[in-house]
Design a protein around this ligand. Sequence first.
Ligand code: FAD
Length: 430
Amino acid sequence: MKTPRIVIVGGGAGGLALATGLGRRLGRQGKARVILVDACLTHIWKPLLHEVAAGTINSYEDELNYFAHGSQNHFEFQLGRFANVDRERKVILLDALTDTNGQEFAPARELTYDKLILAIGSTANDFGTPGAREHCMFLDSRQQADRFQSQFLNMYLRAHAMTEVNGNEAELNIAIVGAGATGVELAAELLHAAHKFVEYGLDEIAPNRVNISLIEAADRILPALPEGTSNAAKKQLEALGIKVYTRQKITDITETGLLAASGLFIPASLKVWSAGVKASDQLHNLAGLETNRINQLVVKNTLQTTLDDSIFAIGDCAACTPEGASRPLAPRAQTANQQAMYLIKTLPLHLKGKKVSNFSFHDKGSLVSLHKSAVGVMMGNIGIQGRFARLMYVSLYRLHQLALHGPLKTSLLFFKDLLSKKSGPTLKLH
Ligand SMILES: Cc1cc2nc3c(=O)[nH]c(=O)nc-3n(C[C@H](O)[C@H](O)[C@H](O)COP(=O)(O)OP(=O)(O)OC[C@H]3O[C@@H](n4cnc5c(N)ncnc54)[C@H](O)[C@@H]3O)c2cc1C
């Protein structure tokens, strides 16, 4: 009998955990060929991107190479950008990838599948706001976070180089649109980095002259979390000196700043758009599959797309409404992870043509990092904050590593991180 081919597109929080689990479960014994496709060569856990952007972690130290990880976990890796699917022929089409000189290093090609799992994540949604694409930075990928880090650092380098001329008079205006988890975490992390720059001698921009504005259209920050949590986060951000604006809908963005519908103008040289969420436009009308208004593929409770049982979707690109729920699950790392764990159990049954139980989601809570502290809810709706909450927040990344590497390697990585924090700079200065 032909060995079935399971193709997973997207090696993020959900797709990489799935490829690893299926590789160990099916690939190792030759029961299936497990193939992971990603447009990048390396994985970095997306919830770390605000730290990459602030330079408080070095993306080159925290990344995982798909080829190496695949060879250790019995799955194959294919570098390529997913473009389309031909459901009749059961093939996916990959676009060519080219380097900065226009040289092609991964040609356009087709890959056949028996089961296809789409896990290509999401991006922020600028809702077509004029000037957003041209003047804002986004934090949807590691490349974007690296670019932000480089621009942020350059502001300090410029101020440092100009000390003789200007003295220690420089200031920096940063505006972040969207006070969901990404915006809130980024604001707190940038302020921490501002203090670190001073420690390393780049003291021309004093932390109290780094003006960070966090702008939210809703009537409170972290609108997806309970009101108590959002109030606690606002209080902590304001105590740090971050200016929090609510009920301010940004309508126009220029090189010099942001204009709100109320007429308020917020000057900013560094602007970040972290509001809203949508799946890739390429999913809209993808081979006639059902999508919702934010391009997510609508899936059944088995995570199969509603119109094709051979195609599954997980994580941010899937609209999954569990039984009894009124809305699809929120795009979060724990949703992607739980869906991956479910498919590791059920895909082998699908291959045998057996019936599977439905996916059910267990909300373990939500935590938002404020650098040394965190706020959030756990075990139902119990609000937590402070250092304990931060410890729980950090343990989420370790759990992701545990799913990928097992206990021994995760412990080694923990000690490696501890040693590099003790021995090297805690801010990326290049
Ligand atoms: C700064 C930040 C902080 C966050 N903090 C938290 C948090 O604290 N807690 C939480 O639960 N969630 C958080 N999130 C959200 C969380 O990161 C996502 O919900 C989660 O990563 C979704 O997992 P995923 O597998 O669906 O997609 P992703 O992890 O985004 O992975 C998608 C993968 O698909 C690949 N890909 C995309 N398009 C293509 C294509 N066309 N072809 C091939 N490959 C492609 C990408 O390279 C990527 O590897 C945060 C997000 C950000 C940006």
